[in-house]
Design a protein around this ligand. Structure first.
Ligand code: NAD
Length: 254
């Protein structure tokens, strides 16, 4: 264990930790000394290799979680309390994407996207507060999107769910500030993971068009999102709460 690590011995949950961005968040938190619980519907086949990347750093365990299910969250927090006796960091990163406009979106589509992307963040945050309060501090990072800031005709349920995460974060941050629990949101633009394959499959030229529209001229790498999460998780951001950190290569500056 390196004394200069920013997150030595802190306990962190990363939902959707087996996905493209989530896995990088797990790796970056471990590299800073955190004990990380990767919480996801699916266990990735390469979980053993993730902590081996940083053998001197923190540790990684997997817990099966469905973020839409309150009982599943309760089981996770019971496990964390019993195993670690504390929770310092929660990254609400699990999410699903839907490329449909308002007229294509069924009620069931809408409810599913809202359940995973917005209700999942609500349940996880609400149930984390007592555990964090018991140790006197905490940092919750909610992964929204630039689609939570600007509208899109092609992703009506997704933008609504990510917009909900943005303002939920601010309301929960105001409630929790008195307990020294900081809650912030992160807003990535298009990031190179399998979540957005459905966009690339929709047209042969769309990937180039999306890339050309980014002022920095490229898509985000998952590690570039993960590094901002480490910043918000650590004491480097100790005076930040209720904030939205936009990581978009300049997209929303246009
Ligand atoms: P991904 O599809 O690679 O990973 C998402 C993960 O969430 C998967 O491992 C999946 O199993 C998990 N998951 C889905 N439903 C779940 C549930 N009910 N319970 C628990 N886990 C569940 O996607 P990603 O690109 O890594 O996205 C991570 C987050 O970043 C999402 O919230 C997404 O909306 C957001 N985001 C992604 C992009 C992008 O372009 N990739 C841009 C902005 C924001």
């Amino acid at each position: 264990m390196n004394d200069s690590n920013k997150l030595n011995d802190r306990v962190a949950i990363v939902t959707g930790g087996a996905g493209g961005i989530g896995k990088e968040i797990c790796k970056c938190l471990i590299a800073e000394g955190a004990k990380v619980i990767m919480a996801d519907l699916l266990e990735p086949p390469d979980i053993a290799t993730i902590s081996e990347t940083h053998p001197e750093a923190g540790e990684l365990t997997y817990f099966k979680l469905d973020v839409t299910d309150e009982k599943s969250w309760q089981d996770l927090y019971k496990y964390v309390d019993k195993q670690f006796k504390r929770l310092d960091i929660l990254v609400n990163n699990a999410g699903i994407y839907l490329l449909k406009d308002i007229e294509e979106t069924t009620l069931s589509d809408w409810q599913h996207v809202m359940n995973v992307n917005a209700t999942g963040v609500f349940i996880g945050t609400k149930l984390a507060l007592p555990l964090m309060r018991s140790t006197g501090s905490g940092s919750i990072i909610n992964i929204s999107s630039t689609s939570g800031i600007t509208g899109s005709p092609f992703e009506v349920a997704y933008t609504a769910s990510k917009g909900a995460v943005r303002l939920f974060t601010k309301s929960a941050a105001l409630h929790s500030a008195k307990d020294n629990i900081r809650i912030n949101s992160v807003h990535p633009a298009t990031t190179d993971t399998s979540m957005v394959d459905v966009i690339w499959e929709s047209s042969p030229t769309i990937r180039q068009t999306v890339t050309d529209n980014v002022p920095l001229g490229r898509l985000a790498e998952p590690s570039e999102i993960a590094k901002t999460v480490v910043f918000l998780a650590s004491d480097d951001s100790s005076y930040m709460t209720g904030s939205e950190l936009i990581v978009d290569g300049g997209m929303t500056a246009i």
